[in-house]
Design a protein around this ligand. Sequence first.
Ligand SMILES: [Zn+2]
Length: 451
Amino acid sequence: MLLKRKEDLENGTANTESDSPMRDGSPKQAPAAPVKKPESQIKIQSVSAKQEKTPDNPSGEEVTPTTWLNNVFLESVRLDASDIHIIPEKDYTSVRFRIGGRMSDVAKWDINYHEMVISRIKIISGLSVVEKNIPQDGHLELMFETRPGDTGPSSLNFRVSTMPTINGEAAVLRVLSKETSLMTLDQVGLSEKSLYTFRKILQRGHGVILMTGHSGSGKTTTLYAALNEINAEEKVILTLEDPVEYSVPRIQQSQVNPAVGYNFSNGLRAALRQDPDVIMVGEVRDEETAGIAMRFALVGRLVLTTLHTNSISGALTRLLDMGVSKSIIASAFTGIAAQRLVRKICPSCRVESTPPYDLMKMFDIEWPADQKLYAGQGCNECGGSGFRDRIGLFEILEIDDDFRNIILQGLPISALEEYVKNHVKETLLQNGFDMVRSGQTTLEEVIRATI
Ligand SMILES: [Zn+2]
């Protein structure tokens, strides 16, 4: 994969770095004894700027701040980082990535080059290079020249933030959106049973489908996979998002901008006048938005949306607390799902592992002694974390008449919870245990995500 900044592409001055950033000099280890804590195996790799032959720079060529930074970008794509932190310490520049929600140290560099690196970031992000004593916010778009077989994004959008610290300026780059191939519903991690239920609800073509989960739980990715499945020629699909996370052909995507008074509720009103068959509302934040979305679903259209709650029953109580009427909730919903993300064990360094007895005891989890567990040892492919990519855990409730009655009767949350537990095909925890049994993730990950 080659890295090209959008402006470079336009000016025909694209950088053509090779695809081997931040080499790791250590030899690959053969799988050996079971590991206990793969996430603690952080490797600090270094790239020297000096003209010396090192394992990181075998040719002895000088690494310029621009080259070094491009390598950081390529490495962040390779490891699928959501944030890049370039932080000045007293004696070195530290590069840290947030991968799968967790921070890890990925590189150190000569502090004498720190100012040049920050200047380069500022220039390409449209920030003032002269201002060093105040925080600044900017934006950066990178484009990648992909080759056949590449699975990475073709472009990345970053929000760039700099801040003065006692050691110099720190820069944090957050990935806002990627131009990448969308996932299909088969790829998000739905089990066969849950996939069947989800498709059944989706195929109805009307009503509200609500995804619940905390921020970063993969809700939007799943809704996009659903949109991808119904993105047919005979349908008008419109989205209201904050921010737009994926760009999809044939779907009208609109980014709300509360700073200029364009929010979810007035955006939704305007969207309805665009004659859509399907609307995706990034998030239901207030009664007004919820009310408009549900009334739209009641006239035979499909609404996909999300709510920041931990559980299906929690979502329902939140909507009632917002002031949405019981009768609207009872009649508008066709399905509610809860989602979590767990990290997948790195396939390159997966070995058999021992059960996390302390954690199991703490949360009263039993695991059959003859059922094998796996974990990643940490290798160059996964940046030493033992994990690579993430996969969703799901719990999906198809709304039926019994459930409508429970809502209309105003039964307490305990009754809702009991109903959900008995009527979902599988709970988040059951889904997680299946993933552990099939060696896709660890028991620790499932416990952390679901309990
Ligand atoms: Zn690995």
